[in-house]
Design a protein around this ligand. Structure first.
Ligand SMILES: Nc1ncnc2c1ncn2[C@@H]1O[C@H](COP(=O)(O)OP(=O)(O)O)[C@@H](O)[C@H]1O
Ligand SMILES: Nc1ccn([C@@H]2O[C@H](COP(=O)(O)OP(=O)(O)O)[C@@H](O)[C@H]2O)c(=O)n1
Length: 229
């Protein structure tokens, strides 16, 4: 293990939307006493700020300038966490479907990826962390001690997202939600910089027919075995 990992190992969890990354990471981090870093929330925060500033999705110069002036923090309170941008709590605002789709465009831009890469490495370098996203095991921490690639069928991931939106009171259809999930995945997989893909040494986990508890138990066991080895 790298000498910089004074707090423990780094666990990377990557995968497409709705695979269960955030839910599992939150629970796994609690069990292991590790810090949870939701990198998707960081990209969402940048997307929200670019929307507010009226920056076009492909205006790299203005996106670079925006990123230079942004400070993103996670404020933790028990199991919950808030996402702060320059001190403002944007936790709710970044979770809409609209911001999700915009995020997928913004996150493909090089200046945005470079800025967040530096922030994420700084947050995780000491170890004792689980980072979840799309490129953690391939780009952010290719030397992470444990890597998972969490997937589920597009139908199941769309169904999960649909249930979440309905519970929030949003009027959406199942078909439309599955379509949006598939569209965002395709965009994330086909981009030039840090596309969504499984690292060769990541453990694949297909959660289509697994409960959250089953996925959690498998990952916890895997991390503990790797750490012991
Ligand atoms: N294995 C699972 N079985 C059923 N529902 C799940 C499972 N994993 C996650 N979910 C639910 O699916 C939704 C999306 O999960 P989330 O953790 O936000 O995925 P991601 O972070 O990969 O986008 C949440 O409502 C979550 O409770
Ligand atoms: N490490 C990461 C994390 C997220 N992202 C981008 O951010 C978007 C939102 O990520 P998220 O994890 O919050 O999305 P959901 O899985 O919650 O739908 C993704 O669709 C990607 O475009 C990324 O490019 N790299």
């Amino acid at each position: 293990m790298s000498a910089q990992r004074t707090n423990g190992v780094i666990v990377a969890i990557d995968g497409p939307s709705g695979a269960g990354k955030s839910s599992i990471t939150k629970l796994l981090a609690k069990r292991l006493g590790y810090l949870h870093i939701d990198t998707g929330a960081m990209f969402r925060a940048v997307a929200l700020m670019s929307q507010r500033a009226g920056i076009a999705c492909d205006d790299d110069a203005r996106l670079a300038e925006l990123c230079r002036g942004i400070e993103i923090e996670f404020e933790r309170e028990g199991e919950a966490y808030r996402v702060l941008v320059n001190g403002e709590d944007v936790s709710r605002e970044i979770r809409t479907e609209e911001v999700g789709l915009l995020t997928s465009c913004i996150s493909a831009r090089k200046p945005v990826r470079e800025a967040l890469l530096q922030m994420q490495r700084k947050m995780g370098v000491k170890g004792g962390v689980i980072l979840e996203g799309r490129d953690i095991g391939t780009v952010v921490f290719p030397d992470a001690e444990v890597k998972f690639f969490l997937t589920a069928s597009a139908e199941e991931r769309g169904r999960r997202r649909y249930l979440e939106l309905v519970a929030r009171g949003e009027a959406v259809s199942l078909e439309e939600t599955i379509e949006k999930v598939v569209c965002r995945d395709r965009q994330d997989e086909s981009r030039e910089h840090a596309p969504l893909k499984r690292a060769e040494d990541a453990v694949p986990v297909d959660s289509t027919a697994m409960t959250i508890d089953e996925v959690l138990a498998f990952m916890e066991k895997t991390v503990k075995e790797r750490v012991a080895a």
